[in-house]
Design a protein around this ligand. Structure first.
Ligand code: DC
Length: 230
């Protein structure tokens, strides 16, 4: 029996992965996995429990008992419910991102999230967004993209997003944080951020989102694409 198709979209933070992956999933009519939200949720749950984020085993146990649900209510970003609480807004903060990056470096934490991620592979297909989707979680995925953009562009996008949300931030500070996070994600021993050998590299620097979506969709055979709505 043919396996359920998966399109993996990996890349650094701020490469536009979330927006692009959701748009691509919608155009294909496929499910969507935001694996970063899982790491953010575990970081948050561990912080709620007052755990030491450097304690790999304690955080892995926390990951195993944390209940994470995605709820889609109409259009827009799905809500993320962590242990019964709507944590959508809190999960998008820089603090949650930093906690996620710290706990994501622990092999037992990553291991605790593998089965949960595999569970998202359901018919008719899955768009999996993350750092190690094409290398570790779905190495057999037939379609793989590595989405990137310059650090300066990613910092600018994040700055704009945060300003729109009314969060006051400093562009230089953001650039610094993004570079530090990239280095930690790419330099860690387990599942480092790197393109799969068979991934198509898409650089979104200076390219409008609608065009990037088309570049990513081009990786998937025409037969899977839903007809465009006028
Ligand atoms: O994509 P994001 O910014 O929501 O991810 C938050 C952090 O989680 C990021 O710094 C690295 C980590 N992460 C990971 O290690 N593996 C994934 N598949 C997704 C995210």
């Amino acid at each position: 029996m043919p396996r359920i198709p998966v399109l993996t979209i990996d890349g650094p933070s701020g490469s536009g992965k979330g927006t692009i992956s959701r748009a691509v999933a919608e155009r294909l009519g496929w499910h969507y996995l935001d694996s970063g939200a899982l790491y953010r949720a575990v970081g948050l749950a561990a912080a709620w429990e007052g755990l030491d984020l450097s304690d790999a085993d304690a955080v892995a146990q926390c990951a195993a008992r944390t209940e994470i649900r995605f709820e889609t209510a109409g259009a827009g970003e799905p809500h993320v419910i962590v242990n019964g609480k709507d944590a959508t807004r809190q999960l998008r903060t820089e603090t949650a991102g930093a906690a996620a990056s710290a706990i994501a470096a622990h092999p037992p934490v990553r291991a605790a999230l593998v089965a949960l991620q595999h569970g998202f592979r359901k018919a008719p297909g899955l768009v999996a967004d993350g750092r190690d989707m094409g290398t570790v979680i779905f190495p057999d995925a037939p379609y793989k993209v590595f989405l990137t953009a310059s650090a300066a562009e990613r910092a600018k996008r994040r700055y704009k997003q945060l300003k729109e949300k009314g969060v006051s931030v400093n562009l230089d500070g953001l650039l610094h944080e993004i570079a530090a996070r990239d280095e930690r994600d790419a330099g860690r021993a387990v599942a480092p951020l790197k393109p799969a050998d068979d991934a198509v590299i898409v650089d979104s620097t200076g390219t409008p989102i609608t065009e990037v979506v088309e570049h990513v969709l081009a990786v998937v055979p025409e037969k899977y694409r839903l007809p465009r709505q006028a």
